[in-house]
Design a protein around this ligand. Structure first.
Ligand SMILES: Nc1ncnc2c1ncn2[C@@H]1O[C@H](COP(=O)(O)OP(=O)(O)O)[C@@H](O)[C@H]1O
Ligand SMILES: C=C(OP(=O)(O)O)C(=O)O
Ligand SMILES: [Ca+2]
Ligand SMILES: [Mn+2]
Length: 670
């Protein structure tokens, strides 16, 4: 041991006394105690240092010891793990026991043996003893004997290091964000989403035609759960995030995310609400747990599986399992689905919307399908951002469900979207972007990996975000549609029945991907502007929205952020600057006082003037050169709306039969 002059003193390496004696005497350039002033005269590096004796000690100085994010509760195994691994925020044994219980599988029964911190750490680490420890001999497998390291609520800096060290494709960009690849899947996989149908959910949830809830049975869920948990347990280390959803303190939900990648852990760190050290210490048992084994496929021979990807929600067990996709948005939107189940039970409406608030406390909601402008338009330099994507509307007002934003980056420009641009800095996860290999400058126009490039950042990265992310009742409800047919007016005012009609329809039409030759816009109807995430029948949410809007006297608007002057190919997308002017006029209240005329077929009220917007574009037909083509396209779209609404005509909305009739009459007339 003494051969190299080093010896192990209980996990710490240091020079032995013998080695020090054999070493050459140090050359000294200073003698005795000199005054600080004289030291300034000729400063040289060989001056004796008092702070460290070894390189290891020097390195140990670089990392200042901080209070652990999770203070030690049980005193037990105590202290930080070794200095060569990340300075893991260490929770007490309670946390490890709780995580061990989360990871319990049939091969282990009691859950894995867990160790805090990174497996590369050289320091001796303590583990939590199992309770109970006596497994029946038949159940003992190698898997039951190994340890798993837990990286619990690491900081962004620690997660950067983990990602860069161990996850291929992780790089720091020129602005300090971390670029990462989500793998083969660069978007959500709604066709692979399954929801467990049990006695309760069979009657409570929306099943069948049009529903996003494709059923799976409890047994199959357990098969997938075991596959995911066994995969996670087979790893040297897992990441565990304990966080919150919903800024309304009375309706906050505790979530735990167990994942295999630092990318997933940092993504959720940014997207969920981050607990304070005190909150983390008292976190206790989570209300809902995600097992993200997305690096590992599901077994296609499993009942109900149609591909190697499976995203499974079990509301009874309060668990979600992810297999075969590493796209991080699955976690965020999976939890959103859970909120769409839990919140209505408490008479709280969950909304797929952005939300912001003016200086006078006027709140606006922005509904819309992906790509219609929720994130872009709710991030408004003149207003406080409450959230960009998921909200709750209770009797007390609105609250954001999340702690971060998830912005599209394709063609992002500093000029048009400065706040989002500036949020892409240290801590931000940049998914699937392309950057210069040397300067690490991101090329936001590059679609080589995917068109769905994304940035996930904590909401406080937007300078005028409102923390806590809550606000009073909404004054304006803005329905966004990106109409690539180019026939919907850029702005129209809706009555309540029209609002419900368009909310239930959930229309947008985007241009199909980047495939060559695809010029025809594709209409999408997604109930409540988020059919992929709702759990109950759309009319349940619609009834709640109608009731709340009536009670609060909110005004609703339909804003087309899509094409004008022709469909995709002939016309052009409405300038973001014009849409912003339209939104400004809604917020300021000036649009309420405008004069309106009614459009044919859709019966929408369009203003004659909006400050800062050329009046010619307000009436869509004016902007089209070929009036006949306009009429044909308008009729075509009206037909698509009518077909889509057929499934809803037999439903009553709320207790008010009157409103239901008005809603049915609020669709296109032709
Ligand atoms: N007139 C417009 N209004 C809103 N967004 C626009 C407009 N023109 C172009 N865009 C672009 O469309 C995209 C809207 O996407 P995003 O705000 O992320 O939608 P969502 O959050 O609803 O999914 C952004 O990339 C934005 O820059
Ligand atoms: C993250 C998503 O939201 P959006 O595209 O609306 O921003 C999504 O739908 O997966
Ligand atoms: Ca969305
Ligand atoms: Mn968005």
């Amino acid at each position: 041991m003494a051969g190299n002059g080093l010896e192990n003193t209980g996990g710490e390496f240091s020079f032995s006394a013998a080695a020090a004696r054999e070493a050459l005497p140090r050359i000294t350039t200073e003698k005795g105690g000199k005054s600080p002033a004289s030291r300034d005269v000729c400063h040289d590096d060989t001056a004796p240092r008092v702070y460290f004796q070894t390189i290891d000690e020097l390195h140990s100085l670089q990392k200042k010891r901080s209070a652990p994010t999770t203070p030690l509760k049980d005193g037990g195994a105590g202290g930080f793990i070794g200095t060569s691994g990340p300075t893991t925020p260490v929770a007490g044994e309670t946390m490890l026991q709780s995580v061990s219980a989360s990871l319990a599988s049939l091969t282990r029964e009691t859950g894995p043996k867990l160790i805090r911190g990174d497996p590369t750490s050289t320091a001796k680490v303590a583990h939590v003893p199992q309770t109970p420890t006596s497994l029946p001999a038949a159940d003992v497998s190698d898997s039951a004997l190994k340890f798993t390291h837990v990286l619990h609520n690491l900081s962004p800096a620690e997660l950067y290091e983990q990602a860069i060290k161990y996850e291929k494709g992780s790089f720091v960009t020129s602005t300090g964000a971390i670029a990462t690849l989500s793998g083969a899947k660069t978007g959500r996989s709604p066709k692979d989403k399954r929801v467990v149908k049990d006695e309760t959910t069979a009657s409570e949830l929306w099943w069948g035609k049009g529903s996003p809830n494709i059923e799976m049975d409890e047994q199959t869920f357990l098969v997938n759960r075991e596959r995911a948990v066994d995969y996670l347990n087979s790893l040297d280390k897992v990441f565990v995030n304990d966080q919150y959803l919903n800024w309304d303190p009375e309706n906050r939900i505790k979530v735990r995310i167990v994942s295999a990648r630092a990318y997933h852990s940092l993504f959720m760190h940014n997207m969920c609400i981050r607990p304070t050290p005190e909150e983390l210490e008292n976190f206790g048992t989570p209300d809902f747990t995600i097992y993200n084994a997305g690096k590992f496929p599901c077994n296609r021979f499993t009942h109900y599986m149609t591909s190697s990807t499976s995203v499974d929600i079990n509301l009874g067990r309060r668990e979600m399992v992810i297999l075969g996709t590493q796209y991080a948005g699955e976690m965020k939107k999976g939890l959103f689905g859970v909120m769409h189940y839990l919140m209505p039970k408490r008479k709280i409406l969950s909304l797929h919307s952005g939300c912001n608030m003016g200086k006078d406390g006027d709140v606006a909601l922005f509904f819309g399908l992906s790509g219609t402008g929720k994130t872009t338009l709710s991030t408004d330099h003149n207003r406080y951002l409450i959230g960009d994507d998921e909200h709750c509307w209770s009797d007390a007002g609105v609250s954001n469900i999340e702690g971060g934003c998830y912005a599209k980056c394709i063609d992002l420009s500093r000029e048009k979207e400065p706040d989002i641009w500036n949020a892409i800095k240290f801590g931000t996860v940049l998914e699937n972007v392309v950057f210069d290999e040397h300067t690490r400058e991101v090329d936001y126009t590059d679609k080589s990996v995917t068109e769905n490039t994304r940035a996930a950042y904590p909401i406080e990265y937007i300078p005028n975000s409102k923390i806590p992310c809550v606000g009073p009742h909404p004054k304006n409800v803005i329905l966004l549609a990106c109409d690539a047919f180019g026939v919907l007016p850029p702005i129209s005012k809706l009555n309540l029945a029209q609002t419900m009609y368009h909310f239930i329809s959930g229309y947008t039409a985007l241009v199909a991907g980047t495939e060559e030759g695809v010029k025809e816009p594709r209409a999408t109807f997604s109930a409540c502007f988020g059919a992929a995430f709702i759990m109950l029948h759309p009319t349940k949410y619609a009834a709640m929205l109608a009731e709340k809007m009536q009670a609060q006297g909110a005004t609703a608007w339909l804003v087309n952020t899509g094409w004008s002057g022709g469909s995709y190919g002939a016309g052009s997308r409405i300038k973001l600057a014009y849409t912003r002017k339209i939104i400004d006029a809604i917020h300021s209240g000036s649009l309420l006082n405008a004069t309106y005329r009614k459009t044919e077929i859709f019966g929408l009220e369009i203003p004659n003037e909006v400050e800062g917007v050329p009046s010619e574009i307000l009436e869509p037909m004016n902007a089209w050169e070929d009036k006949e083509a306009y009429q044909d396209t308008l009729l075509k779209l009206a037909g698509l709306f009518r077909n889509n609404f057929e499934t809803f005509t037999s439903h009553t909305i709320g207790d008010d039969g009157n409103l239901t009739e008005q809603i049915l009459a609020a669709g296109p007339n032709f």
